[in-house]
Design a protein around this ligand. Structure first.
Ligand SMILES: [Fe+2]
Length: 504
């Protein structure tokens, strides 16, 4: 892998598919607090805390591969930064399904993204159990680390040992099996204290969205404890909803109801996974659902429903309010990307599936009109802003992008984008490296010193190194995207999903 920024981009699509495909594998070890040295550069001593990553760590069992990597069992990787050093641990989440399949040595459950039990449709028909694989995101709430999977309850883990404590209902907030999003947003203090804002959606001919706000720290003044539910509301909307993510501002929770339909019959009959039964609804109208936050100026009011532009969105980047407008940046796909029942995910043709493109929607809250604008033509995913700007005007975003400027390819580079000027800085892992979600960590404030700039800090990213067939941790300067350090990990981590940095 090239560990320095590539001065010259390789030709379009100039990567080795064998390198890319080598990142799909099983993890066979669980490490505990292994000290890691930097192979290049120096680990910044100001980085104090833990980078937690979640993603599928097991993609095959008994010779049976998952149909889609999103069906793989969740595994947490923890990289602890302390006094200029890093310690690495990883653990599979002891879900009910993982434990049962470990014992059986074969798949016992179907997967939402199309994985079937051995034996064809007859063996799968009418088995509608969901395997909570806990593989999508990992965040800290109170004393627990939560491994999230949006269709059911979170698993609580010990933040230090990563041992699984078990399914949690968050002190009775959730009913058993209740949906709980894998995309909480951390309000940095829009109304004083920091909060974790999240949601669960129960869908059908109508969809009910439950919006939940939790304290993230103890507050001695009020007696509120970290992890305590501070407010909730439920709203019912017409139509089926697939809501993977949302955005927040001080006054609103912002949802985009994609124009897609769900036909469960092939799932029930054992022919497809539930997510493979989603399809674009021809002529359908996407909608923004703006739900007033209980902590905001419109608490208790009805949601606003506003027609949204065409396209499909998994992930939003950020939202903020500007006079009578709400500005929302999201990653739009021309259509809902899916892998059909007869396709092998390792053999997909990137040219045949739509790429994610960054777009900004400006919603006029008075008239309900929406203006949309493409911010970049470069394929991207996994974008974030400085966490202190969550829900507020933000100038910069960091994201994973393809190596070439246009077209769909695996994600091989990391980009910082100035959302005002369009200026960008790119660090590339091409031709043999493949990136995952970058996590921007702001430089800690120093008492008495001016507040650090919005882009002052680091970008942390776990890279699949096709040359080593193992994973590297790359630390970049968030302002310049220059490489600060590379750590070659003694672990081969398959392509992951989401993660977070917990200070301390
Ligand atoms: Fe996601």
């Amino acid at each position: 892998m090239t560990v320095a920024p590539s001065p010259v981009s390789p030709q379009a699509g100039d990567y080795d598919r064998a390198d890319w495909a080598s990142g799909f594998r099983n993890v066979g070890v669980e490490l505990s607090d292994v000290a890691i040295q930097a192979s290049h550069g120096t680990i910044p001593s100001e980085l104090q805390g833990t980078l937690y990553r979640n993603g599928p760590g097991r993609l095959e069992r008994g010779g049976h591969w998952v149909h889609h990597p999103f069906d793989g069992d969740g595994m947490i990787t923890a990289l602890r930064f302390e006094d200029g050093g890093v310690r690495l641990s990883n653990r599979f989440i002891r879900t009910e399904g993982w434990l049962a399949e470990e014992k059986a040595g074969k798949p016992l459950y179907r997967g939402v993204f199309g994985t079937q039990k051995p034996g064809g449709p007859l063996a799968n028909a009418f088995d509608l159990r969901l395997k909570n694989i806990a593989n999508t995101h990992v965040v800290r709430l109170g004393d627990d680390l939560l491994a999230l999977w949006e269709a059911s309850s979170p698993h609580a883990l010990d933040p230090d040992s990563l041992e699984t404590r078990g399914l949690t209902l968050l002190d009775g907030v959730l009913k058993p099996g209740e949906a709980f999003s894998a995309h909480p947003r951390f309000d940095p203090g829009h109304h004083g204290q920091e909060r974790m804002v999240t949601f669960g959606v129960k869908t059908g001919p109508r969809s009910t969205v439950r919006l939940l706000e939790f304290a993230v720290a103890d507050d001695p003044a009020t007696g509120v404890k970290a992890g305590q539910l501070l407010s909730e509301r439920s709203d019912s909307f017409k139509g089926f909803a697939f809501l993977h993510d949302f955005a927040i501002t001080p006054n609103w929770a912002v949802f985009l109801q994609n124009a897609i339909a769900f036909n469960p019959l092939p799932f029930v009959l054992g022919q497809k996974g539930a997510a493979q039964c989603l399809a674009s609804k021809p002529g359908g109208q996407a909608q923004f659902w703006l739900v007033p936050r209980d902590s905001g100026a419109y608490a208790g009011q009805e949601p606003r429903i506003i027609p949204a532009p065409e396209g499909f969105v998994f992930h939003h980047v950020n939202a903020w309010e500007e006079r009578d407008e709400l500005v929302l940046t999201s990653i739009f796909y021309a259509d809902f990307p899916t892998i059909g029942p007869d396709m092998d995910f390792r053999a997909i043709d990137f040219n045949q599936i739509p790429e994610g493109l960054l777009e900004r929607c400006t919603i006029d809250l008075t008239s309900g009109s929406v203006q949309s604008e493409r911010l970049s033509e470069r394929c991207c995913e996994f974008a974030m802003v400085n966490p202190a700007c969550q829900g507020l005007a933000s100038r910069y975003a960091w994201m994973a992008v393809a190596e070439r400027e246009t077209g769909n390819d695996p994600l091989q580079a990391l980009k910082k984008l100035d959302l005002v000027t369009g200026e960008q800085q790119v660090w590339s892992a091409a031709p043999r490296g493949f990136v995952s979600e970058p996590v921007m960590v702001p430089r800690p404030a120093t008492a008495g010193a001016p507040a650090p700039a919005e882009d002052d800090g680091w970008v942390l990213c776990v890279i699949w190194n096709g040359a080593r067939c193992a994973s590297d941790l790359v630390i970049l300067d968030a302002a310049s995207m220059a490489e600060v350090a590379v750590l070659e990990l003694p672990l081969a981590i398959p392509y992951g999903l989401h993660g977070s940095f917990v200070e301390g």
